[in-house]
Design a binder for this molecule. Sequence first.
Ligand code: ATP
Length: 325
Amino acid sequence: ISKIAVLTSGGDAPGMNSCIRAVVRTAIYNNLQVSGIKQGYQGMIDNDMYDMDPRSVSNILSLGGTILKTARCMAFHTDEGMEIAYQNLKKQGIEGLVVIGGDGTFTGALRFSKKYPDIAVIGVPGTIDNDLYGSTYTLGFDTATNTVIDAIDKIRDTADAHDRLFFIEVMGRDSGAIALRAGISCGAEAIMLPEKATAIDDLISSLKDGELNKKSSSIVIVAEGDKNGGVYDIAQTVKKEVTNYDIKVTILGHLQRGGSPSAFDRILGSRLGFAAVNALIAGESQKMVGLQANTIVLTSLEEALNQHEFKLEEDLLLMADVLSI
Ligand code: ATP
């Protein structure tokens, strides 16, 4: 292998830049040429790519987002789009691809590499949702959780001052990973998760217990994907029953995606990028690199994508309940 390329795709996640930097420098250290593809798979189709050198990735470790930009590219879903992308890679002499993204990105990469096996692909799990099989942590999850914690701590101050009950929606359409970690870290009175339905009646009775136990404020964290109809509906229903508190709703939204990556994500991005290039050099393809028990592990993309059942840790769920009395 003599030339590889790197792209970021799907939702951006803090730490992607540390991974791009590691890919570029590991490649060049090993005498490979390396191209940066802009806007995910869109840049493969538009031939929007450029040669990178060690200085192309100077001073990006502290930046959120991704210097290569990211996109959701519908054209890559079609055979015609994939063919154009393939021809563009061939013209550039690219033989290996590092794709940083979530399960959609991996699905596209696997389809592409099965169609065109002369292009090797290695996936790096980059999504704040922490919902990929094969890696205990995904790139961006730690930073996003810290950002959420910082925001909720600030809300707690005002909630406490006014005897308020806050419902706070955090990101996670299918995954309660951020909600659970943030809930434990901020002492949330309740955490509503897509993976584990909380009945509204149970929520109401635990909030009433909180009133009896003289809690001066209460915080309920609701993951986007919770099945009770959304944060506003939940707040409305609770308002009829829990009358001692003034009830407020906050949706944290896209601020959760931004910001300077944490130490953990910078190191994880570096490790995964370094490992991805070494995997390409070793002749691997159709695999993802992940972190398990603090060790880099390769998992086939096929297996990673088929294992949809990503479970939250039972001990954390139980502990969150116990510690919120
Ligand atoms: P996140 O989980 O953070 O949203 P993601 O990688 O899952 O990240 P998606 O938007 O689902 O984000 O996928 C990213 C891109 O991958 C899509 O815009 C598309 O270009 C490509 N892709 C997804 N699914 C397929 C598919 N079945 N075939 C080809 N390409 C696909």
